[in-house]
Write a protein that binds this ligand. Structure first.
Ligand code: EPZ
Length: 419
């Protein structure tokens, strides 16, 4: 098993580049199944979820070549809408549910094993299925796989009861080749939702309003291949901003998009951290003591739920009491248990976490309970006294390219070790 071993107390200084957005790429890759053509996609992060998609698409007859951060996908060989033989690969990755929307859009039929839940909540896909039904699909659960089929896909008006990123993206994928106009109301507005809509428009789709509450998709007859450059990862950017804030010196996160980071930037400033937007880059200067602050996670442009765990570390070292309210997922505080082992003073009740700032965390063994919790454990290790050993780091590999290498380039003492 591999772990990260971090020696706390080293200041971070310097600059790093942020890679392309994981949650954009995980929607763009299945979108290439909507037609038979060739795609060149740049700024694709080298993360495990992309490797998992490569394995699945290869089995569907789609070739996938990587050269550095450029992915060439050739979907001319796509030969099937039935993914049920690839249950193992599919269950490992939540975003595999985009295969339903893409294959339904392409073939008007799809059979895809249900994605697993995970440790941050039950994560149902009822809103995705509500959208597919509205477009004319019949849905069955066949031995744990979702089977969707439609004589014809016809545009519809779909209201999302909850602002769901996944449902917004999956309905877009299914609707771009449908007849007539589809309107998604109460749509998610995350930067990666906009990026996927832009990619689909580069393929010849007709999507308007991405980034607002109402997305209009006018069905087209045919789509084609394209070249595309993925936006920088909002959550990786935020994670490195918080790492810089924690360690008291000056870090520049290059090629980040300040506009995407506004909720975090204003919260960091509220806590006394200096954040300077420099065109396509964000400079962060932490200086203790940090002021306590409260956060409520919300759909974009509110505070991102994926940065709830990293910012909790800053709150643990702030003066006074900070409160986090997790309004998106019902079980996203499991990591607090691990941080208590490092001396954190935090209590969780339902979807609220109350954090009493302390002077110092102390290094010990901790487990990553999910992707962003794993990143938060590493951030805690950067400032804890002594050594922190983080296990289950495969979670981190799913969403952060070269996480330890980037932190080391800024001066952190972090090693990946086989134990
Ligand atoms: C996406 O998950 C991201 N994953 C998550 O990032 C992110 O935390 C989340 O959006 C919110 O921003 C990917 O993009 C691959 P949702 P998703 O649908 O689409 C409920 C990370 O660390 N819901 O917006 O699953 C759901 O249970 C990951 O990169 C329904 O009830 O999020 C949750 O409570 C973690 N029914 C809430 O809505 C549905 O049909 C938000 O879910 C769909 C969702």
């Amino acid at each position: 098993m591999e772990i990260y071993e971090i020696e706390g107390g080293h200041k971070l200084e310097g600059e790093i580049n942020v890679t392309g957005a994981k949650n954009a790429v995980l929607g763009i890759i299945p979108a290439t199944l909507l037609c038979s053509d060739v795609f060149t996609i740049e700024n694709v992060p080298n993360i495990n979820d992309v490797v998992k998609y490569k394995k699945i698409l290869k089995k569907l007859g789609v070739t996938f070549e990587r050269d550095g951060d450029v992915l060439t996908i050739n979907s001319k060989g796509l030969c099937d809408y039935d993914c049920s033989p690839y249950e193992d690969e599919i269950s490992e990755m939540r975003a595999s549910y985009y295969l339903i929307g893409a294959l339904l859009g392409r073939y008007k039929k799809a059979i895809v094993p249900l994605p697993g839940g995970c440790s941050i909540g039950d994560r149902p896909i009822d809103l995705h299925l509500k959208g597919f039904r509205a477009l004319g699909a019949k849905i069955e659960n066949v031995h744990g796989a979702i089977s969707v089929e439609a004589e014809k896909l016809k545009g519809a008006r779909i209201y999302l009861d909850f602002v769901s990123v996944g449902a917004t993206i999956n309905i877009m994928l299914a609707a771009v080749l449908a007849e007539g106009e589809t309107v998604i109301e109460n749509a998610a507005k995350e930067p990666h939702v906009v990026d996927i809509a832009n990619f689909l428009n580069h393929m010849g789709a007709n999507i308007k309003g991405a980034g607002t509450d109402t997305i209009k998709i006018r069905g087209v007859k045919k789509l084609h291949g394209c070249d595309y450059n993925v936006i920088p990862d909002q959550i990786a950017t935020g994670t490195y901003m918080i790492a810089a804030a924690l360690t008291d010196v000056d870090v520049l996160i290059k090629n980040a998009i300040p506009k995407h980071m506004e909720a975090l930037t204003s919260k960091l400033r509220e806590m006394g951290v200096e954040v300077i937007n420099e065109g396509f880059g964000i400079r962060v200067r932490g200086k203790r003591p940090f002021k306590s602050a409260d956060v409520k996670t919300l759909p974009y442009p509110g505070f991102p739920t994926d940065l709830q765990q990293p910012i909790a570390i800053l709150m643990m070292l702030a003066d006074g009491v900070s409160i986090i309210e997790e309004s998106i997922f019902e079980n996203r505080f499991k990591y607090i248990e691990e941080l208590r082992r490092m001396g954190a003073d935090a209590t969780v009740k339902d979807r609220t976490c109350v954090i009493q700032g302390t002077d110092q965390l102390s290094g010990t063994q901790v487990r990553a309970t999910d992707l962003r919790a794993g990143a938060a454990m590493v951030l805690a290790g950067l400032v804890a006294d002594g050594f922190t050993r983080v296990s289950n780091i495969h979670y981190i590999d799913r969403g952060y390219e070269d996480f330890d290498k980037n932190l080391r380039s800024l001066g952190a003492v972090i090693e990946r070790k086989e134990v």
